[in-house]
Design a protein around this ligand. Sequence first.
Ligand SMILES: NC(=O)c1ccc[n+]([C@@H]2O[C@H](COP(=O)([O-])OP(=O)(O)OC[C@H]3O[C@@H](n4cnc5c(N)ncnc54)[C@H](OP(=O)(O)O)[C@@H]3O)[C@@H](O)[C@H]2O)c1
Length: 306
Amino acid sequence: MRIFITGGTGFVGSRLVPHLLQCGNTVLVLSRQANAVPGMDCEMFQGDPTQPSDWQSRAAECDAIVNLAGENIVGKRWNDEVRRALRDSRVKSTQNCVQALMRQPCRADGSPKVLVNASAIGYYGPHGDEELDEDSPPGNDFLAGLCVDWENATLPAKESGVRVVLTRIGVVLARDGGPLAKMLLPFKLGLGGPMGSGQQWLSWIHRDDLIGLITFALDNPNVSGPMNATAPQPVTNKEFGKALGRALGRPAFMPTPGFILKFVMGDGAEIVLTGQRVLPKRAQLLGYQFRFPSLDEALVEILARN
Ligand SMILES: NC(=O)c1ccc[n+]([C@@H]2O[C@H](COP(=O)([O-])OP(=O)(O)OC[C@H]3O[C@@H](n4cnc5c(N)ncnc54)[C@H](OP(=O)(O)O)[C@@H]3O)[C@@H](O)[C@H]2O)c1
């Protein structure tokens, strides 16, 4: 398959690209940076996914688009300017990918092209202990509204016959980025523990399983619509702290108050201070086998990597 990727230089994309290449696909990566991924055996294309431009002709020639572009949500105060950047980098990029696909919605063999678009479990908003699946309604805070607009931007592609998969991504775990990278030092020093009340749910996913799910969505014609990209066993934040302490062989009793998290993570701290209990119902019904269904297994494997 010829696959066009936006956000291919990021925390998820930089691991997805080599995996797709290894599976025998041809991969084109759009990046705003020149020479963003030297050494990666794929075609790089310089351009901004939020701006319609000649990159769309290259995307239109491909069988699939994986759209992962998005301004980082963590580490900033969400003033009006930041909110606009968070929204535009996702919604406009999606609109431009959709425009590209609509030029030629079918592959050479007549089968539909595929758009695997990122979304997030923030779609559901904070929900206490309630179990959520893909049929649960959206929340009404800023992140939920952003996810709704992000997902709705794909509708014209669906209407023109493209197979659209909306991956509602949970908290992605890997050693070299995301929240786990930030937590490792305090936990190693024995200063880790529950964040905020610790009662809030944390719906996590090992990065390898997210890559597995994106690949599953690309390859499997039965996958379309929203698909939660979270492990089948979400945990409370307190349980997460205990599991990380166990995996590191360190005590994990020191609570981190919400105001410190907000200082470190900006308004993005909301994601770990509220949270939701999300289940990957669609992925499991469709037969995806999680490599890391339980947090203990996931953490042991991640921490064993160099
Ligand atoms: N990681 C998670 O835990 C998580 C959870 C839920 C949802 N998601 C979503 O999944 C997608 C991929 O996540 P990630 O963690 O890999 O993201 P990331 O590393 O923060 O960023 C992905 C890429 O987006 C591009 N980008 C950044 N700011 C942009 C802007 N203002 N305009 C256009 N492009 C911009 C960058 O590519 P270039 O600099 O090469 O252009 C970057 O490499 C994102 O949409 C994210 O919101 C991630």
